[in-house]
Design a protein around this ligand. Structure first.
Ligand SMILES: [Zn+2]
Length: 88
């Protein structure tokens, strides 16, 4: 793993509560329904041989994983609209 790879990855912070994960903690990433723009993104990454944080994926802490997991059939932006109020 080189620096370019690390820098291109989003730091693991729960989207809902903003909790930053400790390196020892189990981190969960959820992949939501891909949209056309996400499929385009994947093609571009493949073409450019890059590895970046997928635009349809987000991190969640153990407390919020379940709620987020129930909405993964939705595109990310729609799921996040429903999930964001949970952090308040
Ligand atoms: Zn959380």
């Amino acid at each position: 793993m080189n620096n370019t790879y690390i820098n291109s990855m989003r730091p693991p912070i729960c989207y809902i509560c903003g909790k930053r994960f400790e390196p020892s903690e189990k981190v969960d990433i959820i992949y939501f329904k891909k949209q056309d723009s996400d499929i385009e993104w994947e093609k571009r990454m493949k073409r450019e041989r890059k590895v970046e944080h997928p635009p349809y994926a987000e991190w969640f802490c153990a407390e919020h994983f379940e709620a987020a997991n129930k909405l993964k059939h939705l595109p990310l932006h729609e799921a996040l609209k429903l999930l964001k109020p949970l952090g308040k």
